[in-house]
Every structure is written in C-alpha cells, then in structure tokens.
Design a protein around this ligand. Structure first.
Ligand SMILES: NC(=O)c1ccc[n+]([C@@H]2O[C@H](COP(=O)([O-])OP(=O)(O)OC[C@H]3O[C@@H](n4cnc5c(N)ncnc54)[C@H](O)[C@@H]3O)[C@@H](O)[C@H]2O)c1
Length: 257
C-alpha cells in the first residue's frame, strides 16, 4: 500500500473494536505494523481482528481501560509477545448520556471521566515508561473537537476531551529530551454509531435530517473513520518526528470559526 510505512512497528490500540479503532488498526497493519488490539467487548474485538494480515501477528486482549490491573496486563502481554511498544493509539472512549447539565446524573459524569480521562491517564502511566526506556515511541490519544469547544447536552464528554488535550500536552512536556512524542487527534463529526447516538439523543430519540448536521461543516459532509486513520498513521511515523504536544483536528473545518 502507498503512503507512510510502519514495517515492524508494534502498535497498541485501545477501543480497537470501535469504528475509529478498527479502521486505524487495519490501516496501521496494512502499512506494516504488528498489532495489539485492546477492547472490553470480547466478541466485537474478535470480529475486529479477523482479516488482519498475517504479518501483523495480531494479539487481542480483552481489558477495561479504567482498571489499572487490566492496563498493566495489556502492556505486559504486548511486551511478552513483541518486547516493545512503538505506537500507542490510546483511543477507547464513551459518549455517556445525552442530557443538559441540569438533568444529568453525577454517576454518568463520573463514568465518562473514568473511561475517557482515567483510562487515557492509565494508558500513559503504563506505556510511557516502556517508550522512555526504549527512548522511542509515539502516543496518539483520541480527544475530539468537543475538547476544543463546548458541546450542549454532552458536558461530561466535552470536559473529558478537554482533559485529554491537557493530558497530552503535559505528557509531551514530561517526555522532553527523549524521542518519545505524545499528540492527540480531535475528530469532528465522524459517520459512526457514536455520532448517531448523540444526534438522536439530542433530538429526543427522533432521527435527525443529515442537512441539519452537515450545514455547520465547511466540508458539507460527515467525516469517515478512514479519514481519521491516516492522521494517526502520520503521527505514529517518523514523518512526524518534530510533532509533539499537538492536537490535530480532523473535522472538515467544523472548528474553523
Ligand atoms: N465517532 C465520532 O464521531 C467521534 C468524534 C470525535 C472523537 N471520537 C472519539 O473516538 C474514540 C473512538 O470512538 P468510536 O466512534 O470508534 O466509538 P465506538 O463506540 O465505536 O468505539 C469505542 C470502543 O471503545 C470501547 N470501550 C469503551 N469503554 C471501554 C473501556 N472501559 N475499556 C476498554 N474498551 C472500552 C468500546 O467497547 C468500543 O469498542 C472515542 O474516544 C471517541 O470519544 C469519536
């Protein structure tokens, strides 16, 4: 396949059974990487790794990113099989309930922060020592444009994604002087289960006319997971050797104004 090559790189992907995780994992594998795929959904994970090329030597690990023992476990299994981690796509996340703050539960708020912030933090906590010891590696956290601007009826999600950007920049600073880079991506409206759930949730359970959504996007269409994956591949690669602490929008221009 044309494009950036990642031959022999070891890529650890969380949320690997989701739309963005699966698409990215497949692209990294197509570009030559070996894959450690992590998700809490065992069945969906099995389906996601099916069809990966043999050279990817896929290792599927069922784990909950909010549990430190699970996180330590997936890193240990990755090292046990491949002895290193070159690329960490720290991507698992949930949208939570779609409700205004005044109607939202504190349980939902805590749960969203637990997965989207604590999960990302634990991934960094356990993968960065491996990369710092290697003196090489690239972490790509998944934030969102909801980490750059507010999002009505998604306050917990938006707060969590703002936190992911803060974690990314802080981790990049803590890797100063090494060849370890930490960046994040901020996808916009990606055609996906998560986006549909948010749109329908905001519309009181009713389907939403596509025009209402895309009118505010300069590209005048939803994005595809296949348009997010190449940005991750770029950040993972040596072509991004001078890129760290950045938040890359992949949003068709949605946050331009
Ligand atoms: N879809 C979008 O439009 C969009 C836009 C911006 C950002 N994002 C972010 O991209 C990431 C991936 O989203 P997606 O659209 O692929 O969603 P998705 O729901 O399809 O995938 C998320 C995956 O994460 C897994 N997961 C959730 N909680 C977990 C946990 N505690 N431990 C382990 N795995 C867990 C789920 O099982 C699922 O497979 C998320 O962080 C999301 O917030 C998505």
């Amino acid at each position: 396949m044309d494009g950036i090559r990642l031959d022999g790189r070891i890529a650890l992907v969380t949320g690997a059974a989701g739309v963005i995780g699966t698409e990215t994992m497949r692209l990294l594998a197509a570009r030559g990487a070996c894959i450690v795929a992590v998700d809490r959904d065992a069945e969906a994970l099995k389906r996601a790794v099916t069809g990966l090329p043999a050279h990817a030597e896929p290792l599927a690990v069922v784990a909950d990113v909010t549990r430190e023992e699970d996180v330590a476990g997936y890193v240990k299994l990755a090292l046990g099989k491949f002895s290193r981690v070159d690329i960490f796509f720290n991507n698992a996340g949930i949208e939570g309930d779609i409700r205004p703050i005044v109607e939202a539960s504190v349980e939902n708020f805590r749960r969203v922060l637990e997965v989207n912030v604590v999960g990302v933090f634990l991934g960094l906590k356990h993968v960065l020592p491996v990369m710092l010891k290697q003196n090489s590696g690239s972490v790509i956290n998944t934030a969102s444009i909801a980490g750059l601007i507010g999002s009505a009826e998604l306050a917990a999600y938006s707060a969590s994604k703002h936190a992911v950007i803060g974690l990314t920049k802080s981790a990049a600073l803590e890797c100063a002087g090494s060849h370890v880079r930490v960046n994040c991506i901020c996808p916009g409206m990606i055609d996906s289960r998560m986006l549909s759930a948010i749109m329908v949730g905001r519309n009181k359970g009713q389907p939403v006319a596509p025009d209402r959504v895309v009118d505010r996007i300069p590209a005048r269409r939803l994005g595809l997971a296949a348009e997010v994956a190449p940005i991750v591949a770029f950040l993972a690669s040596d072509d991004a050797s001078y890129v760290s602490g950045s938040a890359y929008t992949v949003d068709g221009g949605r946050t331009s104004s």
